[in-house]
Design a protein around this ligand. Structure first.
Ligand code: DGL
Length: 274
């Protein structure tokens, strides 16, 4: 593949800041890659919206990212991966990865007793996609899914350390804690930002699975299969660009608490134009 294509960025998107947990992992595993991130901060949350709306939002963002000449796209949002991935893969001529299949695979590898929990948005849980993919991988496994819709605004509002977050974690996860599950997928990219609090509540006997690690591995494999990996010979410093649909300053402040490097700005995009 020609060099220009290899140095082209990876497009990554989410409804807001949650996808940064995936960017963080891509940056760790694929440090030579350039990234264009879009967070749909004007229209978050996706988890309470219909399939048609999530497909429309995803199509608009993919058109925007294609305008940035991305060589591949990672849908760093479980909700959009659950409801829009199949449709947009058929529609667009760019390799697109989601987070659900990697997350399911990681949980199947993690469980010892065959009991897996999944937490996610309303839309992801209603889609039943995690149960379907896990049971395609191993029909003997048992899956319990639970929607935790308040986790997303708690993260977006920076409420991690607030006492209400502890109470809401208990409220949602009490039933999960009282089952036999020994692995639980954080099936929403916002949730790893509450990981330490969730871990403190659940204790050590439940392994917490963050799909980001496996997603970055899949991306690495996809880039190598398509001979698209940036070997780093033409760009000395990896470049990251951040775009949002609203509230850029708030996004930058938040991003700087999550990412291991400084983010100086995020550009606003009128995504409805795409
Ligand atoms: N972070 C997204 C997900 O993984 C979406 C959360 C939301 O916008 O409701 O599902």
């Amino acid at each position: 593949m020609e060099q220009g294509k290899k140095t082209a960025p990876i497009g990554v998107f989410d409804s807001g800041v949650g996808g940064l947990t995936v960017v963080r992992e891509i940056a760790r595993q694929l440090p030579n890659e350039n990234i264009v991130y879009f967070g749909d901060t004007a229209r978050v949350p996706y988890g309470s919206k219909s399939k048609d709306t999530i497909i429309r939002f995803s199509e608009q963002i993919i058109r925007f990212l294609q305008g940035k000449n991305v060589k591949a796209i990672v849908i760093a949002c479980n909700t959009a991966s659950a409801l829009a991935l199949e449709t947009v893969r058929d529609e667009f001529d760019v390799p697109i990865l989601g987070v659900v299949i990697p997350g399911a695979r990681a949980a199947v590898a993690a469980t010892q007793n065959g009991e897996i929990g999944v937490v996610g948005t309303d839309a992801t849980v209603k889609s039943g996609v995690y149960t379907r993919v896990i049971q395609e991988l191993n029909p003997k496994l048992h899956v319990i899914e639970k929607a935790c819709p308040l986790f997303v605004p708690l993260v977006e509002e920076g409420f991690k350390e607030h006492v209400v977050t502890k109470q809401i974690i208990e409220y949602y996860l009490e039933s999960m804690k009282n089952t036999q599950i020994d692995a639980m997928i954080l099936g929403c990219t916002h949730y790893p930002l509450l990981r330490s609090k969730i871990r403190a509540y659940l204790g050590e006997k439940i392994q917490i699975v963050n799909p980001a690690y496996e997603t970055a591995m899949d991306l690495k494999q996809l880039l190598s299969e398509h001979d698209m990996a940036n070997d780093g010979t033409t760009s000395l410093v990896s470049r990251y660009e951040f775009y949002v649909s609203d509230a850029a300053e708030k996004f930058v402040d938040f991003a700087n608490t999550v990412m291991p490097f400084d983010i100086s700005k995020a550009n606003i995009v009128n995504i409805e134009e795409y």
